[in-house]
Design a protein around this ligand. Structure first.
Ligand code: FE2
Length: 238
């Protein structure tokens, strides 16, 4: 099909996102099963439920686009970007790893997925805004906010303990130092956290170069001091 308008391009992106969400719904249960850390399991489980809602939201978006005169492609689209990210995640999960290292790997794989979605939903939102499709924009923004929030929660888990556990090979009680602050502050906090990503290749479209520089160095400092503490604990135990 010839895509000769932004409206049609948006319709194509929505089909692609629909495929991405379907693939995530299929992949998440395996990640949940492999995760050892209870907080990580819970976070992924919550996101699975949210993803099911996001897929339904895309059905509404597609209907609205049809009403606006966009041509919807008949054939199914497979989101190849998501397919690659999921395959990469499955490959790493099949490696032989200590449970703590596996948790760090699963978190990183989940964040790569979130970053892809943040980028794709961000673009789709911008198209809807340009096309003055207010309802479509609102629905897409809702999902975009949820993706930022999920990414923020994963970052809190990673820098709040999982990465340290993976480094020291010991399980820390991260339920003590986990995320309530971030959760209480809600979406804004999650967005800020997203720009302070665990993953160095953060796909957040909203981050500024300055905040990234500052936050990366402060995360690095925190991680270093935590790992020193974990190592000290370990050597005391010997
Ligand atoms: Fe999603």
């Amino acid at each position: 099909m010839k895509m000769n308008s932004l409206n049609n391009l948006l319709a194509h992106e929505i089909k692609d996102l629909y495929s991405a969400e379907e693939q995530i719904i299929e992949a998440l249960p395996q990640m949940i099963e492999k995760a050892q850390n209870q907080e990580l399991k819970r976070t992924l489980n919550e996101h699975l439920k949210i993803t099911e809602q996001q897929k339904k939201r895309l059905d509404k978006v597609q209907k609205l686009l049809e009403e606006s005169g966009a041509s919807i492609e008949e054939e199914d689209t497979v989101c190849l970007g998501m397919q690659g990210l999921i395959e990469e995640g499955q490959k790493i999960m099949n490696e032989d790893m200590e449970p703590e290292v596996m948790d760090a790997a699963i978190t990183a794989a989940a964040q790569k997925i979130e970053h892809y979605e943040i980028s794709a939903y961000g673009t789709a939102c911008a198209y809807a805004r340009e096309l003055k499709l207010k309802e479509v924009e609102k629905l897409l923004q809702q999902t975009l906010d949820e993706e930022y929030e999920a990414d923020g929660l994963l970052t809190e888990l990673a820098v709040g303990g999982l990465n340290v556990e993976a480094e020291s090979g010991e399980e820390e009680d991260i339920s003590v130092r986990k995320i309530p602050e971030g959760r209480k502050k809600g979406r804004t906090a999650a967005r800020k956290t997203a720009s302070r990503s665990n993953a160095s290749g953060n796909g957040s479209a909203k981050k500024s170069a300055k905040s990234t520089r500052t936050s990366k160095s402060s995360s690095a400092r925190k991680t270093t001091s935590r790992s020193k503490t974990a190592k000290a604990k370990k050597s005391r135990a010997r």
